[in-house]
Write a protein that binds this ligand. Structure first.
Ligand code: FAD
Ligand code: FES
Length: 323
């Protein structure tokens, strides 16, 4: 079951208070949950006070902007890398690890919006890079975009346990990523390097069989190791790396089953390491409203994983994921 200690990725940002404050469903503030007392554990600027100053209304909402397609490069049968021009402000907001946007073909209705991680972002040029694996109706529609693409963002909850990642400085860090989840690893690597961490990047090319992030990591000071988590010897090699490396943080980017394998390897060697994972929830509105990303907490409370920060282990336990 999931732990009860929830955080909100948007708390204190320019998008707080949100719709959930207006409906008395704020994840953090007890007043904005309809209670008459204050018992939040939020140490930033009071969310209730901000709500009051906004005239008992939410703050501004994220808008849809038209992005220009600078480049659309098919690097694999199933993967297309989009280089998009947006505003410099949006590119800066999307530098955080876990950042993602909703992309949509301008010719298609709103329900074609699809969450996509930011692989790289340049605030000086206002450019963002996104790797899209073409699977079903929403991603196929992106492939048809020629000059423009609609971008809605910034959203940040692509990493669960983000506080652990952001507070890790001058440590040994291990990042394990598989398949299309190599894409969000790039921002995390850049952030961790800025905080003077030593990084070992364990890459599993997955079913795609291709390491499409090479151009993004080739000049970075990190150690890369390639292995296959689906093979016994791959898991063994991974356990060896974990055992020898004195890592204080492990970031797993892949499916929930992949996370579980990484988690089990950590548990087997019995060392204490911070564990963070990519967020694999089904995200549709990203605003805590539609409910597609809902998970139940230990006490049966429904939380929206597009907004909610929960402990990575508790998330996997709640979803009853097997390795
Ligand atoms: C925060 C986040 C970041 C992501 N980053 C990337 C990325 O960088 N590159 C990339 O290729 N994909 C990424 N994805 C996954 C991508 O959103 C799905 O592959 C896409 O929604 C599939 O839609 P479809 O219509 O093409 O395929 P469908 O046939 O509808 O679905 C194919 C698979 O994608 C899952 N899926 C469908 N809709 C969603 C949704 N709204 N949210 C999450 N999963 C969904 C389905 O369960 C199924 O497993 C990300 C998802 C999330 C939540
Ligand atoms: S995606 Fe709609 S509530 Fe989370």
């Amino acid at each position: 079951m999931l732990s009860e200690r929830v955080g909100c990725i948007d708390a204190g940002s320019e998008y707080c208070p949100c719709y959930l404050a207006e409906t008395n469903d704020c994840l953090i503030c007890s007043h904005l949950q309809g209670k008459s007392f204050c018992d939040c554990n939020w140490s930033g600027v009071c969310i209730y006070q901000n709500f009051y100053w906004y005239g008992n209304k939410k703050s501004d909402i994220r808008t849809v902007v038209e992005g220009r397609i600078i480049e659309k490069k098919k690097v694999h049968e199933e993967i297309v890398i989009f280089k998009l021009k947006c505003t410099k402000t949006l590119a800066r907001q999307l530098k955080q690890p876990g950042s993602y946007v909703f992309l949509r073909d301008p010719e298609k209705p709103y329900f074609f919006s699809v969450p996509m991680s930011i692989m790289d972002s340049d605030e000086n040029t206002g450019e963002i890079h996104i790797a899209v694996q073409i699977i079903g109706p929403k991603t196929k529609s992106l492939l048809k975009c020629k000059e423009k693409i609609l971008i809605k963002g910034p959203y940040w909850n692509g990493v669960l346990g983000i506080k652990n990642l952001k507070t890790t400085k001058k440590e040994n860090v291990l990042i394990a990523a598989r398949g299309i989840a190599l894409a969000p690893s790039v921002l995390a690597i850049k952030y961790l390097l800025k905080n003077n961490n030593n990084i070992t990047f364990v890459i599993d090319a997955g079913k795609l069989g291709m390491i499409f992030v090479n151009d993004y990591i080739k000049d970075l000071p990190l150690k890369t190791i390639q292995l296959n988590f689906k093979k016994e010897e791959g898991i063994k090699e991974f356990s060896n790396i974990l055992e020898k490396g004195d890592y204080s943080l492990v970031y797993s980017a892949g499916s929930d089953r992949f996370h579980k394998r990484v988690e089990q390897a950590i548990e087997n060697i019995g060392k204490n390491m911070k564990f963070v994972i990519s967020n694999n929830s089904h995200i549709c509105c990203g605003e805590g409203i539609c409910g597609s990303c809902s998970s139940k907490t230990k006490n049966g409370k429904v939380v929206k994983m597009c907004k909610c920060q929960l402990d990575a282990k508790a998330v996997l336990e709640g979803r009853k994921v097997n390795g």
